[in-house]
Design a protein around this ligand. Structure first.
Ligand code: GTP
Ligand code: SPV
Ligand code: MN
Length: 658
């Protein structure tokens, strides 16, 4: 560590990061300014501490400098620290020292969020623009000026006496054709958010110094606020998670958890990017997984993107290993588990990459059987951070529901996600989960054992199939394929899901979640549908569409009819074969489904009756669904006629088949 002084300002340099404090020069004190400790004039005169910090860090982009200075002034930050991924070890050490992180074995960490701050909050999430045309059914549209003013007032003075971290990042592999939409700078008051960003994005000043268009970066400001006093979930809720999409500005106030706080992830990577993709006409940004399947016998490789609503199995599918019986022949490569950017390539195919640098995965039910790759991506030494799982400070172990069939028998030392001792639980508390249902692990892509060697390739990979899937107890078969583009887009728009814990809601309740983007929609749904038709329609060799469902249940005892997890690859293998013309399937009114013979069931025991159910169409139930869909789609004024035509075709086919 070196110390120095420069034009009356004290600064400190650790490694490659730089921290410079605001010094109340007019008081000749060397302590940071405190609220009211300086006049407004004095503070303005002292804003030179921002320049010093940016100089020290080599942050040269003048537009970024201006943005940082502006928010340093608004928030009254006492100290600026510019972050580089290389600072990770030092920041981890500081966080451990401060008790923000706890050790979870060698090179792994544990954190708890405030107990009312454990998931995204859709009601508090707003997309603002300067044009009411962008108002949609789901985006909570508000005027930009109103939100800019409101959030500025919420954030004013909030960092007095504290550090503002400056996190320059890229949501794309370096050198990608979409780079101008990928750069961003998050300003945050929370060190654990910085540590998550280092794992989830590509962090460092090089991300923003050499931009071809220096002003083309997302301005993303995060202030956690006084978490115990924000009235979460009450009529006086103080939280606001706002994306001002046509100003490429993100202002989030009132959380330090997940996508509410790691602004590169869903606020920029999904909401802002979806808007940019639409506004430019260049690309789609979707809550999609991205995986590759290699046939080791033929050497052929196919890539699949897929939209499943939050907590519906994207991470699991993207990281899946082939079932044991098929492992000699097939290998699944992981690219991404939550976001894909998709664009038409010059060769007539669609291309995709994962803009993220890491995984923020659901912990629940992750174990050696369901998802060994996920488990090993958080091995000791991985740098993983666990949030809101159960923790044992004595042994530094972590546990979550489904990690093992039973919780640790010896409860000595164990604490639940809130930090309460398991041993002290009363009789009525005994059955409460140890981990929060939305507890998660954060780990870098490079830590995932089956990550593709090409995960960082800015050229992306060609997309062979687009799949949609949700948690659906009935009606939806294992897989149904759709060749027609409009019918495929229609299928995505009518994707439905049972609510999950990732979004606050009632478990088991069905709701529509178009393309799995309902919580991330940034402009009107009718335009979104048209943009989809345009991008996919631009491909002369479009991917095949399909709808998958791993969650159909027996009506009587509720067991899952399909074993799921690693076995899911079997449905994808059939889809690839169908696309290649190697199988024909059976045509139904709602798509092509596999015959029993076509589905590779080698090494899998599944009761005949269950197989029968997941490979058949319940016409009556589907006709009822068509009625619901009609109501759902009617909400979207100006929906392209192609979508309505697809809807009517499917409805008519069901009637004919009844
Ligand atoms: P977000 O990160 O919230 O966007 O979710 P995600 O879609 O990546 O969800 P994830 O893969 O983490 O899965 C969430 C839950 O679904 C976990 O509890 C999994 O154990 C469970 N799950 C995943 N795949 C299957 C499956 O094939 N069958 C069953 N029964 N459960 C599954
Ligand atoms: C989701 O909720 O879909 C997530 C987690 O992937 S978060 O980043 O918090 O949105
Ligand atoms: Mn997600």
């Amino acid at each position: 560590m070196t110390h120095g002084t420069q034009s009356g300002t004290q600064y400190q340099i650790w490694g490659r990061s730089t921290a410079v404090e605001r010094v109340c020069e007019h008081h000749r004190q060397l302590t940071p300014c405190t609220p009211g400790g300086a006049t407004d004039e004095g503070i303005r005169a002292d804003m030179g501490f921002v320049d010093s910090a940016l100089d020290e860090a080599g942050l040269l982009n003048p537009h970024v400098r201006e943005y940082v200075a502006h928010w340093a002034e608004v928030t009254g930050a006492a100290r600026i620290e510019v972050v580089d991924a290389a600072d990770d070890a030092r920041l981890v050490a500081e966080a451990l020292e401060a008790g923000e992180l706890m050790p979870a074995g060698e090179g792994r960490y544990y954190s708890r969020s405030y107990h009312k701050d454990t998931a995204r909050s859709e009601e508090r999430t707003i997309v603002a623009t300067n044009d009411e045309r962008h108002r949609g059914q789901y985006n909570n549209w508000r005027p930009a000026a109103e939100m800019r003013e409101l959030l500025t007032s919420k954030m004013r003075g909030q960092l007095a006496g504290r550090t503002m971290y400056v996190v320059p990042y890229l949501m794309a592999p370096q050198g990608s054709p979409l780079e101008k939409y990928a750069a961003g700078v998050e300003l945050t008051d929370t060190r654990t958010v910085v540590l998550h960003m280092i794992r989830m994005a590509r962090v460092g000043v090089s991300s923003i110094n050499d931009l071809a268009e220096p002003d083309s970066f997302v301005r993303a400001v995060h202030v956690a606020g006084d978490l115990p006093n924000l009235g979460q979930g009450t009529p006086e809720d103080q939280r606001y998670f706002v994306t001002i999409a046509d100003e490429r500005t993100i202002l989030h106030y009132g959380s330090s958890y997940g996508g509410n706080a790691l602004l590169g992830k869903i606020a920029h990577g999904l909401r802002q990017a979806a808007f940019d993709g639409f506004a430019s006409g260049e690309f789609l940004s979707e809550q999609f997984l991205l995986l590759g399947i290699t046939d080791k016998q033929t050497g052929e490789k196919h890539h699949v993107v897929g939209g499943f609503p939050s907590a519906s199995g994207k991470t699991n599918l993207a990281m899946t290993l082939a079932p044991d019986a098929l492992g000699d022949r097939y290998h699944v490569e992981f690219y991404g588990d939550d976001i894909a950017w998709i664009w038409p390539g010059e060769d007539g195919r669609l291309y995709a990459f994962n803009p993220e640098g890491g995984v923020f995965g659901v912990a629940k039910d992750t174990n050696e059987l369901t998802n060994p790759t996920a488990l090993h991506s958080v091995d000791e030494g991985s740098g993983a951070i666990f949030t809101n799982v159960a923790y044992n400070p004595d042994t530094q172990e972590v546990w979550w529901e489904g990690k093992t069939p039973q919780p640790p028998a010896d409860v000595t030392g164990w604490e639940d996600w809130k930090g309460d001792k398991i041993a002290d639980r009363s009789e009525s508390e005994k059955d409460a989960p140890w981990a929060h249902p939305n507890s998660r692990f954060t780990t870098a892509l490079s830590q995932v054992p089956n990550v593709s060697p090409a995960y960082d390739d800015p050229a992306g990979v060609p997309v062979d199939a687009i799949i949609f899937g949700g948690r659906t107890r009935d009606r939806e078969p294992l897989v149904r394929a759709i060749h027609d583009i409009a019918e495929g887009v229609y299928d995505g728009l009518t994707l439905g899901a049972e609510a999950t814990f990732a979004a606050e809601g009632v478990e088991g309740q069905l709701r529509y979640d178009p393309m799995s983007m309902r919580p991330f929609m940034s402009y009107a749904e009718a335009d979104y549908a048209a943009h989809w038709l345009k991008i996919v329609g631009a491909a002369s060799q479009p991917p095949i569409f399909a709808h998958v469902n791993w969650f159909q249940r027996d009506a009587e005892d509720g067991h899952f009819l399909w074993p799921g997890y690693r076995e899911n690859l079997r449905a994808l293998l059939w889809l690839v074969q169908l696309k290649n013309g190697e199988v024909k399937g059976q045509t139904t009114p709602v798509g092509i489904i596999p015959t029993r013979e076509e589905l590779n069931l080698e090494g899998l025991e599944i009761p005949d009756a269950d197989l029968e159910r997941i490979l058949s169409i319940d016409n009556e139930r589907w006709q009822q669904e068509i009625g619901f869909r009609e109501e759902h789609l009617r909400q979207f004024e100006g929906l392209p006629e192609e979508i309505w035509e697809a809807h009517r075709r499917v409805a008519a086919a069901l009637e004919d088949d009844a």
